[in-house]
Design a protein around this ligand. Sequence first.
Ligand SMILES: Cc1cc2nc3c(=O)[nH]c(=O)nc-3n(C[C@H](O)[C@H](O)[C@H](O)COP(=O)(O)OP(=O)(O)OC[C@H]3O[C@@H](n4cnc5c(N)ncnc54)[C@H](O)[C@@H]3O)c2cc1C
Length: 234
Amino acid sequence: MPVKVKLLRYTNDAELLCGAAALTSTRSGTPSEILRKLDPETARQVIKRVTGYGHGSVIEHASFTFSIEGVSRAMTHQLVRHRIASYTQQSQRYVAYDMLESYVTPPSIENDGEAKKLYDQALASISRVYEALLKMKIPKEDARFILPNAAKTNIIVTMNARELRHFFNLRCCARAQWEMREVATEMLRQAKKAAPALFENAGPTCVELGYCVEGKMKPAECNLEEIRQRFKKL
Ligand SMILES: Cc1cc2nc3c(=O)[nH]c(=O)nc-3n(C[C@H](O)[C@H](O)[C@H](O)COP(=O)(O)OP(=O)(O)OC[C@H]3O[C@@H](n4cnc5c(N)ncnc54)[C@H](O)[C@@H]3O)c2cc1C
């Protein structure tokens, strides 16, 4: 199933704004004057230089809002662990579980006939009981107790560019769960298109640092050069 991620809105002139923020610390003019006079190429160079010193706060001035659609509750439970962000998620108290659009199937199950049969049977059974509970006038907020991690959901998330880069470090990594990784990688692709200077060299930690920090947990299949090339082309 292709992930559905849409970059809905982002800060106007995000690179100019962050460049002006960076220059505010070293120039005598006001932020508004600096912003008015700043050209895109200078802004890009300044962002690169200042974030290279580790002053990541200058890119906190740019925010990005994504719609993440039809993903599992298992995925959003991980997403909302990232605290420097704003979220609004579809409520299972108000919106009934949709029998037709109901659940996400992991590829490992989708590609295994026997596992898929068992999985679909279990999910169909949950759906039947859920419907029956609603017909018995059990409130949605109680009927939802039987819904699985696989249940589909929609969520809107806003993060600033610094938090997004941190999020990409952790969640574009091969160690991240597959659905989380797909969503994070698509968010990076769209954010990078909108503001390339803010997301230059962004991706899993190995892409930024040039080495893996996972130690013994490093997945055997990881090939640093291949990963770097893949994220460079995003
Ligand atoms: C591969 C993987 C496996 C994981 N497995 C588990 C697991 O088994 N169990 C589990 O519970 N979680 C797990 N997590 C979630 C993980 O522990 C973090 O909760 C999650 O990734 C959010 O990251 P964060 O805390 O760095 O960042 P964010 O919440 O995105 O915050 C960004 C940064 O802000 C700073 N910050 C934010 N809040 C505070 C604070 N209160 N105090 C000090 N500094 C703060 C930190 O520097 C932090 O890195 C896993 C994550 C990954 C990527």
